[in-house]
Design a protein around this ligand. Sequence first.
Ligand code: PMP
Length: 398
Amino acid sequence: LFSAVEMAPRDPILGLTEAFNADPRPNKVNLGVGVYYNEEGRIPLLRAVADVEKSRLEIQAPRGYLPVDGIAAYSTVVQKLLFGQNSSLLEEGRVVTAQSLGGTGALKVGADFLKRLLPDATVAISDPSWENHRALFQSAGYPVKNYRYYDASSHDVDRTGMLADLNELPPRSIVVLHACCHNPTGVDLAPEDWKKIIDVLKARDHVPFVDIAYQGFGDGIEEDALAVRLFAESGMSFVISSSFSKSFSLYGERVGAISLVTQNRDESARVLSQIKRVIRTNYSNPPIHGASIVSSVLNSSELRAIWEVELAEMRQRIHRIRLEMVRQLAAKGVQQDFSFVSRQRGMFSFSGLNIDQVDQLRNDYGVYIVGTGRICAAALNTRNLDYVTDAIVQVLGR
Ligand code: PMP
């Protein structure tokens, strides 16, 4: 049966972590990861999360099955985070939400649902994008194209290229957009860019699929939801995948949600029934623990306030370390202007380092970076930064 099975290609980022773990050098640094580390170099367990876990343990809750679409109170708070406390869309019953296995699960459920609705559509993702976007939509049966996004020479968005490519896609294409904290570049769209993009998507009848995996990591919870709010105002129907892996530091608990904005309450009921069908035939129903933590935190004004402070701490620490990296590189005599690093948002930074420099950093200094030059700024701290900037200075000077 399995004799003809070929070996699947290795995941480049997991391979990098394996090589890092096997490296005996004591001052090695792994900047290839996709998680937030605190100043001590550890994945934090947020206090708001620990508090809920403690009380959950005390009540010894039974572990029956959740409904197919998950915890209802969780879906309500997810919608409020996305659309705001007093959104008219929510009052009109135009949004349906189902709990999902992380942001990845939301993307897959959304892709499988859309495939039944728009079997011949094209999916477009940014160039570059989170590496799983392409594979995920391909595995749902879609052809996946790139639209221009990152301009390496300006370290900014290629606005003209992006709009032109979105215009040239076949009408009614599915366009995947990063709401904030673009992975892997850290380069985000400005409010006026979103307005232009929405105009093009509307004119071409495209289907927006907004991926929001870092709400609160960019400029703030409300600020980072701007794209979602603008799409909501546009009157379009669209899909959103949310992840709480980073904002609650709950990576392994798989907490996410898929939300779909429809035209009316009646459409919502029909859409949710189909989403439930996709979930039912995949994994039946979602796990309890992570989503109950998120809904308990967000439904308690006390815990929510604690969480907001903790989220702001993570966001501000990343921003400080970015500024310090830029300052150190300049202070150590690097001629090249690295100030773009401080304008990037979220955990990741396209550093502009080329593949030779990335190889040298790894081989000569034990500093591990993804081949594209993507650095996880959230893995830098005041203890490893000096060593990392020294190493960068050395490879730039060669
Ligand atoms: N979308 C983007 C843009 C991401 O960066 C990630 C995770 N790194 C995800 C989705 C998936 O999130 P999760 O880990 O919650 O599945």
